[in-house]
Write a protein that binds this ligand. Sequence first.
Ligand code: AMP
Length: 228
Amino acid sequence: MILIFLGPPGSGKGTQAKRLTAEKSWPQLSTGDMLRANIAQGTELGIAAKKMMDQGNLVPDAVVVGMIRERIKNSDCLKGFILDGFPRTISQAESLDQMLSEKGLRVDRVIEFQIQDGELVGRLSGRRTCSSCATMYHVKTSPPKVDGVCDKCGNPVIQRADDNVEVIEKRLKVYHAQTSPLIQYYSQQGKLLPIDATKAMDQVYSRVVASLPKRSFFGQFLSRAFAR
Ligand code: AMP
């Protein structure tokens, strides 16, 4: 199953992807997490990306496409994966279609997390993230049990450099200008399924699960092959 979680920053894609990953064992491929791992390791790629990320801009298409191309070669992606925060431009979506078709695969479903900008500023400015396992918290609605310490792995919980109001507004502008055209792109492919991301986390998760196709393109291909 190849899924794309599409939506503005703070719409809950990452949280929902983590939950689905835990249930279905399809890894969550978050280009934002991959870039932050590069920053933490001080790689050349991380140093170059940090400036753009801190300003709320996108990093070049070729960088993220290259990261995804390498990542999906891992054996944990054989049964499928969840793309979280990728693709973010039409060019990335076209590259993804191309790299999947080279493997005889295609995107099964694109879940669009719908939410107004006004709600996102409050969500993102109160968001805190584990510096190690990327578990997400919110200062008001879901703080860690011990202030500043991740419930899951015990590492420090921090505020991301780009989760401040000025950069959040920039990221939302970038989303509307460069990423939202993907809504039409995937709608035309008949793969888009919008869900209301303002609902409680459990309700959103139920909708995510209900919106999954019964069988992936790869699964259908296999069963047709065996039926012959
Ligand atoms: P995220 O964690 O998904 O909110 O991403 C954080 C930041 O990483 C974004 O604001 C971008 O600067 C960068 N980034 C993550 N994914 C992509 C992508 N697919 N294309 C370009 N930049 C990305």
